[in-house]
Design a protein around this ligand. Sequence first.
Ligand code: ADP
Ligand code: MG
Length: 135
Amino acid sequence: MITNSPEETIAFGIQLGKRLAGNETIALYGELGAGKTTLIKGIVKGFGIEKTAKSPSFVMITEYTANGKVIYHIDLYRIRNIDEAENIGLLDYLTFPGVKVIEWAERIEELLPKETLRITLKIISDKTREINIEE
Ligand code: ADP
Ligand code: MG
């Protein structure tokens, strides 16, 4: 999948978000600026969370809720390893009901559930991104 603007990446995220049942774990890979956060915007919207009560549970986790639905946006940018993740209670979130979308998921790779949906974003040029979904 190729997108040529942030809007196209959001549109792709919306399509993905629409197909979520509500308990998925989605792992996002890709360098800084690849579009992970942009994609999440679309996923949240497509999942049906339009007006959000956006409450950061703590610095690295943002919780989006509406109509009994929940998405946890977990950003592990500042986490270096699993020990650090465990120490701040991050791993508990993996067991919570709800959609979990994880940026920098490689940092807790071995803890990801078996059925995790893995998505890699790659910068091709200024406005172009390649998005690959692996199962
Ligand atoms: P990440 O979370 O992976 O660090 P962000 O989503 O925060 O990335 O930032 C992506 C940046 O790239 C934004 O500034 C966005 O405007 C820009 N951009 C340019 N083209 C695209 C595209 N096709 N898809 C997503 N973002 C794009
Ligand atoms: Mg980001």
